[in-house]
Design a protein around this ligand. Sequence first.
Ligand SMILES: O=C(O)COP(=O)(O)O
Ligand SMILES: [Mg+2]
Length: 223
Amino acid sequence: MSRPIAIDIDGTMTRSAGGIDERLFGPLREWEEPVVLATGKSFAYPVALCTFLGIPERVIAENGGVILVDGDLTVAGDSTAAREVAGRLREAGYPPGWPEPDMHNRWRETELSVTRSVPLELLDDLATEYGQTIVDSGYAYHVKSSSVSKATGLRRACELLDRDPEEFVAIGDSANDAELFDAVGRSYAVANADETAASRADVRTEGSFADGVLEALAEVSEK
Ligand SMILES: O=C(O)COP(=O)(O)O
Ligand SMILES: [Mg+2]
């Protein structure tokens, strides 16, 4: 058996030292059901990853802000508040996201990715002031509209794929995967997952990072 998959990138497909674990290339390329990359990274990154994996462009980027499925593009998030927050961070003497040149936000269409070295209390105050929510991917704080998440992104991807979220299996590692875990039929948190993701997943894998992904894929294939 095979099921459609929504898979996170950072902390899930990567090795502990960073970089995609190449052992995932074959299984994801050969997976019989749709594979949707669901990430907090800016839009260009997962699209490029689909290209290099050799799989169709099916992407939930920017924590649900941008969805691309087989040539159909949806921009669900808003960039206005994110830009305002960036300006206020600069005024307060912090990087308006990441230090220049900021490759995390350069191609970002909706939310703002902020280095975790910025005090969370300050960011929280700014997010509240502009009606935004902060989600922690473990790699960055993301200031985003509260109406979008990887789960809302999956619902849009499902409309385009003519599938139901319940059919999907999700694999992830962080708080920005928690709503996605709630939305799908079966969810796996890799062993290195943070507490929020681990407590919201149906299954915690024995293995960390790609070892956990391979374990989840094997279990899904066997069922
Ligand atoms: O860009 C990040 O902060 C992490 O993205 P992820 O959702 O792929 O883990
Ligand atoms: Mg992650």
